[in-house]
Design a binder for this molecule. Structure first.
Ligand code: FA5
Length: 353
C-alpha cells in the first residue's frame, strides 16, 4: 500500500468538511431527529465519509502521523459539536411547538374561566367533613420540624433507616431539623399541648426523597388519633370502615394487614383494591391488585411515655393516610405525579367545589 502524505489527507478532509458545513446549514433550517441522524451517519457512521478518511491513518507516512492525528481529531470534534448544536436546536423547536399548541389566551376576562378545585383539596375537604362528623377536631403543625417530633418521640431508634439521607430531607445548616416525612409529628405536638380525651385529625404536606408512578417527593397525608380510657382495636376498625365507606361507598374492596411502625403496637396497613385493574394486577399496583393507602395501629406505650401520659391509664389508636393516593384511586388516575404538573387541561376536569 502506498504511503499517504499530509497534503493529500488535508485536501480530502477539507472537501468532506466543506460538504459537512453545507449539510449542517441545510439541517439547521429543517430540523428533525431523522435529518440529524442522517447527517451523523453520512459522516461519522460505519461507512461514513469522515470514517473513511480516518481509516487511511494506517497508511499515512510515519513522520506525518502526529500532524494527521491532530487534524482528524479537530475535524471530528467540530462535527460532533455541530451535531450536538443541531440536537439542542431540535429540542428547543419541539418544546416551542408543544407550548404553542397549548397556548392560553391570557387576555381572556376572568369571568369566562370558572376555575376548579385541585383534586387534593377536594379530597382533603371530603375527608375532613367525614372526620368532623365523627367528632374529630382539626389540628395543624410544622412542616419543618425537629427530629425529636418526627422520629425520636415516636420511638424511632437512632439507627432506623427512615432517618437516612436517602429517605429524608434534612434542613441545611439547622441541626436535627427535617422536612417532616409524615404527619405523625402532629401526634407529639398535640399530646404535649393537650390532655385526653383527644380526638384529632391533622392534614398536611409531607416530604420524602421518592418519585415514581405512586410516589412524589412532596405529598399529603392526613393523621388522626383517638386517646381515652378503654379505646380498643374495635374502635379503630369502626372509624376506618366508616371513613372508607364514606369516600368510596361499597365500590372497592379494602383489606387490613399487619405491618410494623415503631410508634404503634400492633400495627397494620390498609390497602384498597386497585381502581385501574379492579384487583387483577397491573403496572400501577405492581401487579398485586392492591394499593396501600395508609398505616395505623394502637399507640405504643413508649410514645405515651415521651409525652408524659400514663400508658396504664390511657390507650389510643392512630392512623396516617396518603391523601394523594386516596385521590388517585377515587378519581382513577394512572400516575400520581399528574397531580403536581399544573396542567390546566387535567385540573379543569375537577369541579369548582
Ligand atoms: C407513615 O407515614 C406512618 N406515619 C403512618 C401511620 C400513622 C402508621 C399512624 C401508624 C399510625 P407510610 O410510610 O406507610 O406510613 O405512609 C403512609 C401513606 O402515605 C402511604 O400508604 C401512602 O399512601 C402515602 N405515601 C407515602 N409515601 C408517599 C409518596 N412518596 N408519595 C405519595 N404518597 C406517599
Amino acid at each position: 500500500m502506498t504511503d499517504i502524505d499530509i497534503a493529500s489527507l488535508t485536501k480530502q478532509t477539507e472537501s468532506v468538511s466543506s460538504e459537512f458545513e453545507k449539510d449542517f446549514a441545510a439541517t439547521s433550517n429543517d430540523l428533525s431527529h431523522k435529518a440529524i441522524e442522517d447527517v451523523r451517519i453520512k459522516y461519522l457512521g460505519r461507512k461514513g465519509l469522515f470514517t473513511a478518511i480516518s481509516e487511511q491513518m494506517r497508511s499515512v507516512k510515519k513522520e506525518d502521523r502526529p500532524e494527521a492525528g491532530k487534524l482528524l481529531n479537530s475535524v471530528k470534534k467540530n462535527m460532533e459539536s455541530k451535531l450536538d448544536q443541531l440536537r439542542t436546536l431540535e429540542k428547543k423547536a419541539a418544546l416551542t411547538a408543544q407550548l404553542d399548541a397549548k397556548a392560553y389566551d391570557v387576555s381572556l376576562p376572568v369571568a369566562q374561566t370558572a376555575g376548579s378545585l385541585h383534586p387534593v383539596t377536594l379530597m382533603r375537604r371530603t375527608l375532613l367533613k367525614e372526620f368532623r362528623n365523627l367528632g374529630f377536631i382539626v389540628y395543624d403543625g410544622p412542616e419543618m420540624d425537629l427530629e425529636d417530633y418526627n422520629f425520636s418521640a415516636l420511638n424511632f431508634k437512632d439507627d432506623h433507616p427512615a432517618r437516612d439521607m436517602q429517605d429524608t430531607f434534612f434542613v441545611k445548616d439547622l441541626e436535627k431539623t427535617v422536612l417532616r416525612t409524615h404527619t405523625s409529628n402532629i401526634q407529639i405536638h398535640a399530646m404535649r399541648n393537650e390532655r385526653p380525651p383527644m380526638r384529632v385529625v391533622a392534614p398536611g404536606r409531607t416530604y420524602r426523597c421518592d418519585s415514581d408512578l405512586t410516589h412524589t417527593p412532596m405529598f399529603h397525608q392526613i393523621e388522626g388519633f383517638i386517646i381515652d380510657q378503654n379505646i380498643s382495636m374495635a374502635d379503630m376498625k369502626g372509624v376506618i370502615d366508616t371513613f372508607l365507606k364514606a369516600v368510596f361507598g361499597t365500590d372497592l374492596e379494602t383489606r387490613l394487614r399487619p405491618s410494623y411502625f415503631p410508634f404503634v403496637e400492633p400495627g397494620g396497613e390498609v390497602d384498597l383494591q386497585c381502581v385501574a385493574c379492579r384487583g387483577k394486577g397491573c403496572r400501577i399496583c405492581s401487579h398485586t391488585g392492591w394499593l396501600e393507602i395508609g398505616g395505623l395501629g394502637m399507640i405504643h406505650p413508649n410514645v405515651f411515655e415521651a409525652v408524659d401520659l400514663d400508658s396504664e391509664r390511657y390507650t389510643g389508636f392512630a392512623f396516617g393516610f396518603g391523601i394523594d393516593r386516596i385521590a388517585m384511586l377515587k378519581y382513577g388516575l394512572s400516575d400520581l405525579r399528574q397531580l403536581f404538573e399544573g396542567d390546566q387541561a387535567f385540573l379543569s376536569q375537577f369541579p369548582v367545589n
